[in-house]
Design a protein around this ligand. Structure first.
Ligand SMILES: Cc1ncc(C[n+]2csc(CCOP(=O)(O)OP(=O)(O)O)c2C)c(N)n1
Ligand SMILES: [Mg+2]
Length: 320
């Protein structure tokens, strides 16, 4: 895809398809998890598809990302095939982390994904380090960290941004601000209401966008990436996002107003928004839905037919 400062009209259909694929993928994962087929712990980013797709679409070949515990959308948007992602969630050797990782440890280094991270804030120093490497080698590449509002309170966030700015490395720090850290609302975990102000503490360029509007995300991400790539230093990109579901699948959400999530899903769904903009009729949308749902169903079949890792290989990649 040719890179522009805004998404071309001709690309928007494809963008909608990608967001819908991620949505249907995560709905299927939730269903299979509740059916007891998937091991481990599960966080979905249903409602946050615009951030993953908008940012990843703006990347150039060679750019890298690091993700969080809510990583399925980022992983798909960075190019991992749904089969490889689903196989990983089923713990199979065919998975992108060869069955060693699961939902919170999705890696695909060949496609520039330095991994999901179960440690909140764990990806941030990796991104500063990768960006430093690009700078030292004179490569025109950018490293991008996704992280949540809760992560802005952890030490690695401050260390990573401080050094990134000090060394003017080509990094973009993408805050997916969904206003929750597990069951803690932002007003109880941050002393400031506007988290874009975090960038000011480091003298870092800050940009803001509506994280539910994929076109706005793309536009801001392009600006951020261009700035970082041109050697002007890192950028803090604050995306105003919405978490439609609980923190994890199974979360009873007793701490949250029951109507809030429903209201937000009705008014701030990035897929509905783009569908309306494209004026897609019911039949056209249904066709798109069938197409992505078939891809998701096929990924489940692929995963179920996968190979279980051998028990004797369990310690193979442990180095510390
Ligand atoms: C270092 C560390 N501390 C605490 C946790 C437990 N934990 C997992 S997710 C989470 C909240 C993260 O909130 P945020 O960064 O806003 O991401 P979101 O879940 O909203 O996407 C916490 C505290 C953890 N995984 N790692
Ligand atoms: Mg959050």
């Amino acid at each position: 895809m040719e890179h522009r400062t805004t998404l071309a009209k001709s690309d928007l259909h494809d963008v909608l398809r990608e967001m819908l694929l991620i949505r249907r993928f995560e709905e299927k994962v939730e269903e299979r998890f509740r059916a007891g087929e998937l091991p481990g712990f599960l966080h979905v980013a249903i409602g946050q598809e615009a951030s993953a797709v908008g940012v990843c679409r703006a990347l150039e070949d060679g750019d890298v990302i690091a993700s969080t515990h809510r990583a399925h959308g980022h992983t798909l948007a960075k190019g991992t095939h749904p089969n490889e992602l689903m196989a990983e969630l089923y713990g199979k050797q065919e998975g992108c982390s060869h069955g060693y990782g699961g939902s919170m440890h999705l890696f695909d280094v060949e496609r520039g994904n330095m991994g999901a991270n179960a440690v909140v804030g764990g990806g941030l120093p990796l991104v500063t380090g990768a960006a430093l490497a690009f700078q030292m080698r004179g490569e025109p590449r950018v490293a991008v960290a996704f992280f949540g509002d809760g992560a802005t309170n952890i030490g690695t966030f401050h260390e990573a941004l401080n050094l990134a700015q000090l060394w003017t490395v080509p990094a973009v720090f993408v805050l997916e601000d969904n206003k929750w850290a597990e069951s803690t609302p932002e007003s109880q975990h941050s002393p400031i209401r506007d988290l874009s102000l975090r960038a000011k503490a480091f003298g870092m360029k800050g940009l803001k966008a509506d994280g539910q509007d994929v076109e706005a995300v793309y536009k801001a991400a392009r600006q951020a990436l261009d700035h970082a790539r041109s050697g002007k230093g890192p950028v803090f990109l604050h995306l105003d996002c919405v978490r439609f579901r609980g923190h994890y699948i199974g979360d009873p959400q007793v701490y949250r107003d029951k109507d809030e999530a429903r209201r937000l899903a009705e008014t701030r769904d990035p897929i509905t928004r783009l569908r309306e903009k494209l004026q897609l009729g019911d039949d056209e949308f249904a066709d798109l839905d069938t197409e992505v749902t078939e891809i998701v169903e096929a990924s489940v079949e692929f995963a179920k037919a996968g190979t279980d890792p051998a028990p004797e290989d369990a310690l193979k990649n442990i180095y510390a």
